[in-house]
Write a protein that binds this ligand. Structure first.
Ligand SMILES: NC(=O)c1ccc[n+]([C@@H]2O[C@H](COP(=O)([O-])OP(=O)(O)OC[C@H]3O[C@@H](n4cnc5c(N)ncnc54)[C@H](OP(=O)(O)O)[C@@H]3O)[C@@H](O)[C@H]2O)c1
Length: 412
């Protein structure tokens, strides 16, 4: 077992450090069961948990501002619990947050034993409770429970954290049954966003159509699958690939998830698309009444043009970094209703609704009716170097990826 030293030793007394090192040097057979457990978890005899986190001292380009920071967490007491993270994804919003262009700001703090404030990156993830104070026990939590974050800004790209009950939502035993850490760690943002957007803007009946761009994104894949479950039909727009074989493979992948039609942004903007759409929708007798947009630019406007009068167009992302341009005629003559959606804001006022939405999706996963979004697992062990983790974050800044980067925590 690799030994490790607390980097912020200032907060540990000399004797505490001695006991920590002593525990790590002794062969396992000479330890008591409790000491053996502590050694396995790499905590000091006094219960100080050693933690590492990807943090940033200021907003900027993620590879430039991120660094791996080590610190100690004091034993859980009162209303505090100690979490050990299991899986945390790298979502586009996490990148925007580090860049300082996301509306939800992280907490810059010196509580992780730094002279100047730093913030922990990451907004989504699942963690297990490894220690808890009496008040937390009194609220129905126990060791081994899995929790997801209650809202953005907590900082999930870290091995461990100290949290209060208000920071987390517990995944009940039944909801967690048969669910992997990656599934639990990626359920609360993208699938919830797709779920709410399909349900909350217009009441689509089985057999009705929606159209979406960014269809191969986590949200897009979730929308395809939820829509299929609910009997909806979908037209799905992806970005064209230079490599036609790859493009065809991606189209087929989305059809296998339940997409009725998959086209590229180039095909969407080509002449004759209206006639084509009529063909798909039984000569236009099946109106397309909802559009989901996370891209913007000309391709989003082209998507809006396929909507029936009085339909709803929901914007929830801005991947192309282009503005959304709406011809006045769409408002005046077609009365298309344009909305924005932000799942964090929705969840703020819907704590129970979020829990129910998460449980519904986990239920579909358990029944084999909802496939995971493709992921690139980024293993994070105690010894993993900061530069390797940051290089993986940098990779996610590129488009045309085959899978979402997810930190999966091993022996931490
Ligand atoms: N408002 C909300 O509550 C909410 C919640 C969740 C997510 N979101 C937003 O939803 C979007 C998708 O998030 P996600 O986590 O599902 O994504 P993801 O799985 O990480 O996938 C990224 C998606 O963005 C596309 N993309 C990347 N660069 C692009 C560009 N320059 N122009 C057009 N498309 C581009 C990718 O297409 P390629 O494969 O072609 O690169 C892919 O479809 C993001 O904008 C995110 O911020 C919003």
């Amino acid at each position: 077992m690799a030994s490790r030293m607390p980097s912020h030793s200032a907060i540990l007394s000399k004797s505490l450090r001695a006991s920590f090192q002593c525990l790590h040097r002794r062969p396992a057979q000479s330890l008591t069961p409790v000491q053996r457990q502590l050694q396995r978890r790499n905590i000091s005899a006094y219960g100080y948990e050693q933690a590492k986190a990807l943090t940033f001292p200021e907003y900027g380009d993620p590879p430039s501002v991120l660094s791996l920071h080590s610190h100690s967490i004091s034993p859980a007491h009162g209303n505090l619990m100690t979490l050990r993270f299991l899986a945390s994804p790298i979502n586009p919003a996490d990148i925007n947050q580090i860049q300082g262009v996301y509306p939800s700001k992280p907490r810059f703090t010196t509580s992780l034993s730094t002279a100047a404030p730093i913030a922990v990156a990451g907004n989504e993830g699942v963690a297990e409770i490894i220690a808890l104070g009496d008040k937390v026990k009194g609220e129905g939590f126990k060791r081994g429970d899995w929790v997801i974050m209650n809202g953005p800004g907590f900082g999930t790209w870290r091995t461990h954290a100290s949290a209060e009950t208000k920071d987390v939502v517990k995944l009940e035993e039944a909801a967690r049954q048969g669910i992997t850490p990656i599934q639990a760690g990626t359920v609360s943002i993208n699938p919830c966003t797709a779920y709410r957007m399909l349900k909350d803007f217009v009441s689509l009946q089985p057999g009705e159509w929606f159209i979406q761009n960014g269809a191969n994104s986590g949200v897009g894949r979730a929308a395809i699958q939820l829509g299929k479950q609910w009997g909806l039909k979908s037209i799905n727009v992806i970005r064209a690939r230079d490599d036609k074989a790859k493009e065809d493979k991606l189209k087929q992948e989305l059809k296998d998830l339940g997409a009725d039609v998959v086209i590229t942004d180039v095909e969407l903007q080509a002449q004759g698309i209206r006639d084509q759409a009529k063909e798909w929708t039984s000569g236009g007798r099946e109106p397309i009444r909802l559009a989901l947009n996370c891209v913007n630019g000309k391709a989003a406007t082209a998507m809006a043009k396929l909507l029936a009068s009085e339909s709803h167009f929901v914007t929830y992302g801005a991947m192309s970094k282009q503005p959304l341009t709406i011809p006045a005629s769409m408002l005046i003559f077609k009365d298309i209703h344009f909305h924005g959606f932000w799942v964090s804001k929705w969840a703020n006022g819907n704590v129970e609704g979020k829990k129910k939405t998460v449980e519904d999706v986990l239920g579909l996963i358990r029944e084999g009716k909802f496939k995971d979004t493709p992921t690139e697992v980024i293993n994070w062990e105690w010894e993993t170097k900061g530069e390797d983790l940051i290089a993986k974050v940098k990779d996610t800044l590129e488009g045309y990826r085959e899978g979402k980067g997810v930190f999966v925590f091993g022996k931490t």
